[in-house]
Design a protein around this ligand. Structure first.
Ligand SMILES: NC(=O)c1ccc[n+]([C@@H]2O[C@H](COP(=O)([O-])OP(=O)(O)OC[C@H]3O[C@@H](n4cnc5c(N)ncnc54)[C@H](OP(=O)(O)O)[C@@H]3O)[C@@H](O)[C@H]2O)c1
Length: 286
């Protein structure tokens, strides 16, 4: 960890400081158990950004309900063990969150295990978009269903539970593609613009019932979804040049933003799309 501002990890007085260098992989982070006793559903959390969010929440002591469509038994048991080691308490519910039956199953298992739902992170999503002329109706509907309709369906199921409990937090994972066009990415851009807009709209309707609904505009994060981009060195270098901090983000950096939007620290923030992109959206490209 040369060049870092801190290079060790230690425990003290009940709080764990996770101390890392400043190469962007991690920040100095104090474990303050901000989510102790809180239950958070994070959709699409077996890998990538969802798993990064789950890690940050686990360190804060959350009860976690994790999910994906395809994780096998071994992957699930490693995931749950990782959460336990970090300080969280987790269950896993398999299934496609664009399917109402799966959503109902996930909600029922959450209530059985933890009795309440304090936080919903609508993270699950897929890429695979093409330009309009190359997009079949089937592909369009698949991407819209997973990337946008799942947010509508999950929120519709969970908001009444939050109202019964007296409040809650919803964090929707959107994208810089919500704000800009990108070559050959029709359905995904439309879906993420929909997520950002639906976030504002739901916040208008339900904030008075103590439900905070916000979104994160996520920049370039090297995950499975973006593998074909970051494994192409030319593409990757070109992309990094468009990011003022000169690197891609990490799943945990999205997790810290989701944590902020999931605690009382952000209670007066309503229907906001928080940009977490290393400054990519503020740079003018000529
Ligand atoms: N990576 C980026 O640069 C970037 C930028 C902006 C926004 N985002 C957004 O961030 C979110 C996470 O992306 P990621 O980069 O972490 O992708 P990823 O590495 O492909 O991970 C996606 C996760 O979601 C699960 N998933 C996908 N569809 C699902 C469904 N219908 N139901 C349940 N689980 C599902 C996947 O597992 P299974 O395949 O097993 O279901 C996986 O665990 C997405 O909403 C994406 O649009 C990513």
């Amino acid at each position: 960890m040369s060049g870092g501002f801190i290079s060790a990890a230690k425990r003290f007085s009940g709080q764990e400081r996770i101390l890392h260098d400043n190469n962007g992989t991690h920040f100095v982070k104090e474990k303050s158990m901000k989510l102790k006793g809180k239950t958070a559903i994070v959709t699409g959390s077996a890998r990538g950004i969802g798993r990064g969010i789950a890690r940050v929440f686990a360190r804060e002591g959350a009860n976690l309900v994790l999910n994906s469509r395809t994780a096998d038994e071994r992957a699930v048991s490693e995931l749950l063990e990782e959460m336990r080691q970090l300080g969280g308490n987790a269950i896993f519910v398999k299934g496609d969150v664009s399917n109402e039956t799966v959503i109902e199953d996930l909600v029922q298992k959450t209530l059985t295990a933890f009795k309440r739902i304090d936080i919903l992170v609508n993270n699950a999503g897929i890429g695979g978009s093409k330009a309009v002329l190359d997009t079949s109706l089937e592909l369009w509907e698949k991407i819209l269903r997973i990337d946008l309709t799942s947010v509508f369906l999950f929120s519709k199921r969970v908001i009444p539970e939050m109202i019964k409990q007296g409040g809650g937090k919803i964090v929707n994972i959107s994208s810089t593609y919500a704000n800009f066009g990108s070559r050959g990415v029709a359905a995904y851009c439309a879906a993420k613009a929909g997520v950002s807009s639906l976030t504002r709209q739901m916040a208008v309707d339900y904030s008075s019932q103590n439900i905070n609904i916000n979104a994160i505009i996520v920049g370039f994060i090297e995950t499975e979804m973006t593998r074909n981009k970051w494994t192409d060195q030319n593409y990757r270098e070109g992309m990094i040049q468009t990011i003022p901090v000169r690197r891609s983000g990490t799943p945990e950096e999205i997790g810290y933003a989701a944590l902020f939007l999931s605690t009382e620290d952000s209670r007066f923030i309503c229907g906001h799309n928080l940009v977490v992109d290393g400054g990519q959206g503020i740079l003018q490209h000529f």
